[in-house]
Design a protein around this ligand. Sequence first.
Ligand code: ADP
Length: 486
Amino acid sequence: MKNLKNLLSLRSLRARIFIIILLVGIVPSVLMRYAILNSYEERTVQIRIATVQNQLMIVGNHLLSNHYFSSTKTNENVISAELQMISDLYEGRVVIVDSSLKVVKDTYGISEGKIMISEEVIRGLQGESMSHYDREHGYIEMTTPIVDSGSQAEGETIIAGVMVTSISNDAIVSTIEALNRQAMILQNLMLVGILAFAIILSTILTRPFNRITEAINEVKAGYSNKTIDVPDYAETVHIVEAFNQLLERMKALDASRQEFVANVSHELKTPMTSVKVLADSLLAQEDAPAELYREFMEDIVSEIDRENRIITDLLALVRLENKVQELNIVSLNINDLTELILKRLRPIARKRDVELVFESMRTVIAEVDEVKLTLIMTNLVENAIKYNKEHGWVKVELNADHQYFTFTVSDSGLGIPEDSLPHIYERFYRVDKSHSRDIGGTGLGLAIARSAVLLHRGSVTVSSVEGEGSSFTVKIPLNYIPETTA
Ligand code: ADP
């Protein structure tokens, strides 16, 4: 049903191929039939006119040699027989008019003795020979002057009379009709052949496209997860390649989503397991002292805090990546913001005896989202404090050119091993899982920071030497560039 509708609609490739083949096959054959029949008719009429006129000229000569237009005419019966033969042979009538416009002979015998004035006769008497084919009424008319060139002085001719002849073209018409009938039969046979050819060819030519649709539908319905292969045309290869790339991307997305869900479950389960182990061991002791309860409860609270942190970070990340939150861009003094963030983080640094230094080359005013930029800076500085040595230092530098401002956080900490560098922005990735967990890391901080930097159309780069320290540099445009819809 759908196929039929497709075929009837001109938007279908199959219908177009079908129509093109049909037109290319049929139109020339119809045109050829008309052209051949017409030229055949024209040629036959011309030949007939020439033959009849030839014979009439011979008769004309006979008329002259037998002095037909004078009273001393001879062999009148022979001439009448000749004229009768012509009119019988060509189913026509021959009328002879003399120079005084009088009809001297009519093979039908009805006009003899009458005067005949017509344009043809007058022009015939002036020496003009004419023919006219009246297709509609089915006859050919011709006027043949009877030229006497022998009896006069040299160079002069006398027109003794005119023969007005009309002959039937029935024979020609019936031949053409017979030919036409044959041509029609042939053409109908060809039509059937071309129709069958058009149906078969249009079906075969569009089959690869149907195969692509079928294969895509199979993937869509979930029967198949394989890449498609339809190598029939260059076009189908391109479509299929594009589809396969899309499929690969979807598979990769699906895999990363599954991995993320697995990671989230694992990360959320870890504190729960600890809480359960702590609670179970308390319950297992019949009369545990109050101090033990207190100690275990403190551990349980810290596990719950950890669970909370993971959930908060996850929510922040998901929101950033889904772009649910619109950016709230304001013009901001970045120096002031940095000072504020460092002031907030100073107690943590002091606890770990890490020195916090801020160096600024100039005052930087930029268009940013304050909350998200705070998130970026806090995460980087917090990491620099967390993954530092005792008595270490963290240096924050702020600089700008005419287009970007750069914000660099360097530390004297543990550094990041080279093979871990490409992974540090991945969600839940931690170089040293147990160490990170001990100091309260969720493995989401850098993923969050990177997402927020990208929202500002900026970049974040890192250089690090294991055991010596790391340096993270964030580069963000001074003027916010909104996303273009194009
Ligand atoms: P976390 O919450 O565990 O700190 P992040 O996404 O912020 O997670 O960082 C990922 C990992 O990268 C960390 O676990 C740590 O191993 C490493 N890392 C990040 N910043 C630094 C740094 N300044 N020095 C050394 N290692 C770092």
